[in-house]
Design a protein around this ligand. Structure first.
Ligand SMILES: *Cc1c(COP(=O)(O)O)cnc(C)c1O
Length: 429
């Protein structure tokens, strides 16, 4: 039996010092009825906790670590960067290189501004859209998460969904009255909304691949209609690709589905495990950002040299080896196919799997999951048991039914076979 004594001890201390004992809510393991494991170190596909338990990691820092923990070329660049200084508050050559690389990979981005987190990037992108269109309302979708800025925290996914608090406290009605929330994948609701709020909608912000209510794939007709209707109404389309960017391919979801948004939000992978975010798009829009224009955005650590170096090394590695995405896709499909076979052969009715690229979610329900409403049917108690079973068998998955599992390039064949074995055993229990 695995022991978690040191983690439990740390957690007891932590709850007296940090709200919930953690610095981001889902980490508390609350929704799976556990207390958190405290991580001591990581390498490749594994994390190790304070009790020296080893786990195959399917959290991968919630997405940034597509190459796995401490990928050699990433550490090397980070090491070089830290020797040269921590932060200057002045521009660097590497920022220009990263901007160039992002613009080359994602054709709809002509200019890009770096931030310290995805939250800030989403907040700034919405501000920019309002300034550019001179309209106030924004449209978002139920269960999509765009960070924790006030106007975007309405019916958001991620931790809010996990804890069943769809709207955060502490946000005024005045802030949220201009945020319209629609169901994901619903063309009819989208069209009705544009009729009702004609000439008032500055932008529609969406995760083109929704990965914060578990993984939910977009209906292609819905995405295309979204592009069309925003164009017809002079509203901006903002793709929040903080997870999907550089995850489903080098040009993200916009490349995958061949749809060009007006603005794109990035984060996670572009920092290679270090704090970062970015927003970019057409020059005509981006030139409104200060000091070129009058929309303010700033950051003491924006474009931090260590983050930028890790991001550059990560993106370069992905760009130079197209076998990486192929391997990730092949391995993910292999896991999903093996589990699907078990589900079919044993006529299991209450399991659904959504997947794309190197992301997947196992939902404990008989309902097909295409929007937030469908997720209500999930057996979260069963998920909690699944989580615990995985943990006790050396696999750590996101501690919530409503998150995606992340595969990395470091996951080995042995990891994958063990994963199928453990997941399969649980499904048949
Ligand atoms: C993680 C995430 C964010 C927020 O990024 P932070 O760096 O955590 O602020 C925004 N949008 C999406 C889609 C995300 O997954």
């Amino acid at each position: 039996m695995r022991k978690y004594d040191k983690s439990i001890e740390l957690y007891k201390k932590a709850v007296n010092l940090i709200p919930g004992g953690v610095n981001s809510p889902v980490r508390a393991f609350k929704s799976v009825g556990q207390t958190p494991i405290f991580v001591k170190r990581s390498a490749g596909s594994k994390v190790y906790d304070e009790d020296d338990n080893e786990y195959i990691d399917y959290i991968c820092s919630w997405g940034p670590l597509i190459l796995g923990h401490n990928y050699p070329s990433v550490i090397e660049e980070v090491r070089k960067a830290i020797e040269l200084g921590s932060s200057y508050g002045l521009p660097t050559k590497k920022e220009v290189e990263l901007a160039k690389l992002i613009c080359e990979c994602i054709p709809s981005i002509e200019k890009v501004r770096l931030t310290t987190s995805g939250t800030e990037a989403a907040m700034a992108a919405v501000r920019l859209a309002r300034a550019y269109t001179k309209k106030n309302k924004i449209v978002k979708f139920e269960g999509c998460y765009h960070g924790h800025s006030d106007s975007l925290l309405v019916k958001a996914g991620s931790g809010l969904l996990t804890f069943d608090i769809l709207d955060s406290n502490g946000i005024t009605e005045a802030t949220t009255k201009d945020t319209i929330v629609l169901p994901y994948n619903d063309i009819f609701a989208l069209e009705e909304c544009f009729k009702k709020y004609e000439n008032q909608i500055s932008c529609v912000i969406i995760e083109p691949i929704a990965a914060n209510m578990g993984l939910i794939l977009p209906n292609i007709d819905f995405l295309n209609r979204l592009r069309e209707i925003t164009q017809q109404n002079n509203s901006l389309l903002i793709f929040d690709e903080v997870i999907s960017g550089f995850r489903v391919g080098i040009s993200g979801a916009s490349g995958y589905y061949n749809i060009k948004p007006d603005l794109t939000i990035l984060g996670k992978i572009i920092g290679g495990g270090y704090p970062i975010g970015a927003f970019g798009g057409k020059n005509e829009i981006m030139k409104l950002i200060s000091p070129e224009g009058s929309v303010y955005h700033a950051g003491t650590l924006s474009g931090n040299p260590v983050s930028v170096s890790a991001g550059l090394a990560t993106i370069k590695t992905l760009k130079e080896n197209d076998s990486i995405y192929k391997t990730l896709e092949k391995n993910t499909k292999y896991i999903v196919d093996a589990l699907t076979k078990i589900i079919k052969e044993n006529n299991l009715k209450n399991v659904q799997i959504n997947y794309i690229g190197s992301l997947f979610t196992i939902y404990f329900t008989s309902e097909k999951i295409e929007n937030l409403n469908n997720t209500k049917s999930c057996d979260t108690k069963k998920f909690g048991e699944f989580f615990k079973f995985c943990l006790d068998n050396g696999i750590v998955i996101p501690p919530s039914q409503f998150e995606a599992l992340f595969l990395s390039y470091a996951h080995t064949e042995i990891d994958i076979e063990k994963t199928i074995d453990i997941f399969g055993k649980f499904l048949l229990m």
